[in-house]
Design a binder for this molecule. Structure first.
Ligand SMILES: [Cu+2]
Length: 184
């Protein structure tokens, strides 16, 4: 019985730590490669790709492509729909390996501005939600001293209870004696 309790108290902190690590992994920022292994190019369905994931603020998008064959424009909804980014571009990238942070919640619109590519399907939008709240701090691990071993069945428990009763009785009796002594 006592051995079982000891083994439980030693595995509990380890289990709590695993849960905490899992929660931290879920709450942390995620990096998404646009188009997955196909990258940013003509051909893949970026609408289908963008609908596979739930994006939250703090996540990042990585655009991988051959430099000068494509580029990345973050544009307004209007420019996204018409594929015409003139005066409607908020940010642009052209390095071939562009890391774009989705810093705040909202809808982000991306297109490729190489002629014909947006109309050819190189466009997608992502709806970025609020980040998950941080995990609450873990409770302090239980200490062995907080769990005294149970008293042996029989004599121990009974004698302990009797001793407490004796202590509870001795105090008022001795006080009463003192008062009586003062009165006499
Ligand atoms: Cu392109």
């Amino acid at each position: 019985m006592a051995a079982k309790a000891a083994s439980l108290s030693s595995t509990a902190p380890a289990a709590a730590l695993l849960l905490l690590l899992a929660a931290a992994g879920l709450a942390g920022a995620t990096e998404y490669t646009v188009g997955d292994s196909e990258g940013w190019t003509i051909g893949p369905s970026y609408l289908a790709w963008s609908q596979k994931y739930n994006f939250t603020a703090g996540d990042t998008l990585v655009f991988n492509y051959v430099q000068r064959q494509h580029d990345v424009f973050r544009v307004t909804q209007d420019a996204f729909q018409t594929c015409d980014p003139a005066n409607k571009t908020m940010q642009r990238w052209a390095s071939g390996h562009d890391v774009v942070e989705l810093a705040a919640p909202g809808i982000y619109y991306f297109i490729c501005n190489v002629s014909g590519h947006c109309l050819g399907g190189m466009k997608f939008s992502v709806a970025v939600g609020e980040p998950l709240p941080p995990p609450s701090p873990p409770p302090p691990p239980p200490r062995a001293s907080l769990f005294p071993p149970p008293p042996p069945v029989g004599s121990g428990a009974a004698s302990l209870t009797r001793r407490r009763w004796m202590q509870a009785l001795v105090m008022p009796v001795s006080c009463l004696g003192l008062i009586i002594g003062m009165l006499i």
